[in-house]
Design a protein. Structure first.
Lengths: 179, 681
């Protein structure tokens, strides 16, 4: 009897651990990029004159570089960025501080060690920080976390958005998850 | 900052303290659909949300669905959904009911076009063919089941159908024309053109003309009355503009002119009528420091210059409705969304020849809804609305009138409630549970506009009754949605129990009845007034099951089954109206579809089965006359083939109601065939 209860507690603990342990963001998909482009359109107070979208990556990490390249190709595709109003540019995380004229930055895979740097950059330059790692937004480091599989999820960090002076349309806020 | 913004919003909302219908035209459906990869809606709770997040059982008919349907009207699309009954009394007319309940002169389904009420409260009816909208300009048709009075007010007690059209500014331009020919002299034409007048202003104009020859219809003793062929002409304009303040404005204006024979569901009563409808509506919405604030106003004029009924004779009907609303929608913190609104409506109705004067109804309502998210995937929505309806009458000139104008100087009020819980248990499963209290308001016809002498009922006077009250409708519903990844399909089960507390008894529909108390006070004429059925109302229980795999290319399939049964809550006291209601809709219904799309071609076959119900047939008594009879089961087929040889041209060959049962019912649905050619320019 006692063993059965112990087994149940063990199983429950494993399930809860799976639910609570943050899942690594993984590589950015084409659909993630498409969602990111849509999210940018719902910012109501975008600074005028900014036309760039930065893809921030760490060249010392292979997965990060590959993911950044994939995002760049997606953003250059007319099927994703049809109006081509946003000019994509690759940004080495070490050069981020010097980057200007960006309307948003998309964070490539395996950038978790740099989340604090990204959060600080977003706040200082009032730039939207997007990541396909939902935990980046949950932790208040990125402005928006996006996921496309199995269901489109958009998570907004109210704290980061407020600190960065970024406002979204009220209808958008109604439909996303805010932390 | 967020906190102070929330406080300001709450402060203003406490001043508004109100209710709601909404300004769909000011929501950018296309952009949100592109973001979330699924349709979005404002109809479920009054706030924008993804369809998979709605706390209510909801079906969406998209433009893709419409293109594959082969249907030429909205009721045909609706009857393929579970739990929806479409009673087609004649070609060109339809009465749509939901939840196994159909009540004459008291339609219980709220129908809206971009948020504007189409349901004609004075008559308790929806004239579907008078809707100034063509299928090709519809973005989606949203169907919500169960009482929604806490959002939409009186009469949204069995469900809500909201038709949302494409935005002429934000969506891809709708520029196409369709010509259709078919049997029974069917000749339809419709076309739309969309233009961008300025970078931030879009305009769409749509015109249509339909004609068919009514071969069937009710067999009536008055053989001298000619058939009324269904004719329809519409002209509509939709304008959408972005304003410098970031706000959006939408303006719609329309005119429709229809002639048709309507048969009142469950009875042998018919109306031959020409109905002209003019409507205008304006919406405005803007994001402010207190959230999304919006307002809308509309005016609708119904004019029936020619109308005839076997019992009522010739009459002419005018109905004016003006409505307005202001609302505020805000999110005070990440887990709460609140909507407050105030609504006003004023309606007048006059029927020349009834001599019952002009009846008016002024309504004010306030509503509030609150959505709270407990956990990601688990949320609750509560809504409450208070309605106050002020009845009035003037200029009555009726011999032997049992009422004075003072009897009509009274208000009817009530509170509606909706409470829903939604739990997205995992990526594939969603559970919903809801409770609702809705209110059904008697039509102005029942409240007193009906007042006439009827020789065929022994020289009785029949009166409406200004002392009627709204009837409460309670519903409990649970639902489960399950995604079946292996076959890319969505399965859904919904179970409900609904009780209507009081049923209005309309004497002209049930024949002569004993004089009612309202007539007793020294009235020199034989007299019967509209009243309530004895007993404690009607109960409906229902189960709806469906599964759908939608695909533009390759195999597409789906099926749904509805079981709905109606019975009086206390059978021993039930009388006149109950037999009309009971069995007037089938208990079992099945829809099934299978189709395939390849290249330029797509073909679909739909099958519809309904168990026995009631319909209008002929009896000898001793002369032929119409009567309500039991029908046999119905099994019909509706095939459709479409071919697009080039991108901007398509041909559609459709048939409906094939393989109909054969019996002595004269009012059955007759087979139709048509060929449509659509060109986009």
């Amino acid at each position: 009897m006692g063993r059965a209860i112990k087994d149940r507690v063990t199983r429950l603990t494993i399930v809860l651990a799976c639910l609570l342990v943050p899942v690594w963001g993984g590589a950015t998909t084409l659909k993630d990029v498409k969602i990111g482009i849509h999210v940018i359109e719902f910012v109501t107070n975008a600074p005028s004159g900014r036309s760039g979208i930065g893809i921030v990556y760490d060249p010392r990490v292979k997965e990060s570089s590959e993911d950044a390249q994939l995002i760049l190709e997606s953003l250059s595709s007319s099927s994703i960025n049809s109006a081509q109003t946003l000019k994509p540019v690759l940004i080495d995380i070490r050069d981020l501080e010097a980057s200007t004229n960006l309307r948003a930055v998309m964070v490539a895979d395996r950038m978790k060690p740099h989340y604090d740097t990204l959060a600080e950059y977003g706040r200082r330059t009032r730039t939207l920080v997007l990541s396909s790692d939902l935990d980046c937004a949950r932790a208040g480091k990125c402005t928006v976390g996006i996921a496309s599989n199995p269901r489109v999820e958009v998570i907004v960090s109210s704290q980061q958005a407020q600190a960065s002076g970024i406002q979204f349309s009220e209808a958008f806020r109604m439909m996303v998850t805010e932390y | 900052m967020l906190r102070s913004r929330s406080l300001r919003a709450l402060a203003l909302s406490s001043c508004l303290a109100g209710s709601g219908a909404w300004a769909q035209q000011t929501l950018d459906y296309g952009r949100f659909e592109g973001l979330f990869d699924e349709p979005v809606t404002m109809s479920a709770t009054g706030k924008p949300e993804r369809v998979s997040d709605t706390p209510v059982t909801m079906d969406i008919i998209t433009q893709d669905d419409i293109k594959r349907s082969g249907a030429r009207d909205i009721p045909t699309l609706l009857k393929r959904l579970p739990g929806i009954d479409v009673y087609q009394g004649s070609p060109g007319t339809s009465e749509v009911s939901m939840g196994g309940f159909i009540q004459v002169f008291g339609a219980r389904v709220m129908v809206l076009l971009n948020g504007r009420q189409i349901y004609l409260g004075s008559f308790g009816a929806v004239f579907w063919s008078s809707l100034p909208v063509e299928l090709h300009e519809i973005r989606q048709i949203e169907v919500i089941r169960g009482p929604q009075s806490a959002l939409y007010g009186f009469n949204a007690v069995d469900g809500v159908i909201n038709i949302v059209t494409f935005d002429p500014l934000q969506d891809a331009p709708v520029t196409e024309a369709t010509a259709r020919i078919g049997n029974d002299a069917r000749r339809d034409a419709a076309g739309s053109i969309t233009a961008q007048l300025a970078p931030d202003i879009g305009l769409r104009v749509t015109a249509s003309g339909d004609h068919a020859h009514d071969e069937g219809g009710i067999a009536m003793p008055l053989s001298s009355v000619p058939w009324t062929n269904p004719d329809r002409e519409t002209l509509s304009m939709t304008l959408s503009a972005l304003l410098p303040d970031g706000g959006r404005i939408g303006v719609e204006a329309s005119h429709s002119d229809i002639s048709e024979r309507s048969v009142v569901a469950g009875t042998t009563q018919f109306f031959d009528a020409r109905i002209k409808t003019d409507a205008i509506k304006a919406d405005y919405a803007v994001d402010t420091f207190i959230g999304r604030v919006g307002a809308n106003a509309s005016y609708t004029l119904y004019d029936s210059p020619e109308a005839f009924n076997e019992s009522l004779g010739d009459f002419r009907l005018h109905d004016h409705t003006a409505a307005g609303e202001v609302y505020d929608l805000f999110k005070p913190d990440p887990n709460d969304s609140i909507r407050v609104a105030l609504e006003g409506r004023y309606e007048t109705m006059n029927v020349v020849n009834f001599s019952s004067g002009t009846l008016s109804g002024g309504l004010v309502a306030g509503s509030a809804s609150w959505e709270h998210q407990f956990l990601p995937g688990l949320s609750m929505v509560n809504a409450v609305r208070y309605d106050r309806f002020q009845l009035g009458r003037s200029s009555a000139n009726l011999p032997g009138d049992i009422y004075t104008d003072k009897d009509f100087d009274r208000s009817l009020q009530g509170t509606s409630v909706n409470s829903s819980l939604i739990w997205r248990a995992d990526d594939d499963d969603t559970l919903r549970a809801s409770f609702a209290r809705g209110l059904s308001l008697p039509s102005l016809l029942d409240l007193g506009q009906l007042a006439l002498f009827m020789p065929q009922y022994g020289g009785n006077y029949f009166y409406g009754n200004p002392n009627l009250n709204p009837s409460a409708v309670y519903e409990e519903r649970v639902g489960w949605d399950h995604k079946i990844d292996e076959v890319d399909a969505l399965a859904r089960v919904s179970v409900y129990h609904e009780q209507t507390m009081q049923i209005i008894s309309t004497p002209t529909l049930t024949g002569p009845t004993p004089p009612s108390p309202a007539c007793a006070a020294g009235n020199p004429y034989a007299c019967t007034a509209v009243g309530y059925e004895p007993g404690t109302g009607i109960v409906v229980n229902g189960i709806q099951v469906q599964i759908d795999h939608k695909s533009r290319d390759g195999l597409a399939w789906g099926a749904n089954y509805s079981w709905e049964t109606l019975h009086p809550h206390t059978p021993e006291t039930a009388s006149a109206m109950v037999p009309l209601l009971q069995g007037s809709l089938p208990v079992n219904k099945v829809n099934a579809t299978i189709g395939y799309g390849w290249g330029d071609w797509a073909a679909d076959v739909r099958l519809f089965y309904s168990s026995k119900t009631k319909g209008i047939g002929l009896i000898s008594n001793p002369y032929p006359e119409s009567a309500i009879l039991d029908t046999k089961d119905v099994l019909i087929l509706s095939p459709h083939v479409t071919w697009s040889p080039i991108e901007d041209l398509s041909f559609d060959l459709s048939a409906d109601n094939l393989w109909p049962y054969q019996d002595n019912l004269v009012q059955r649905n007759t087979p139709t065939y048509f060929l449509a050619v659509t060109a986009r320019y």
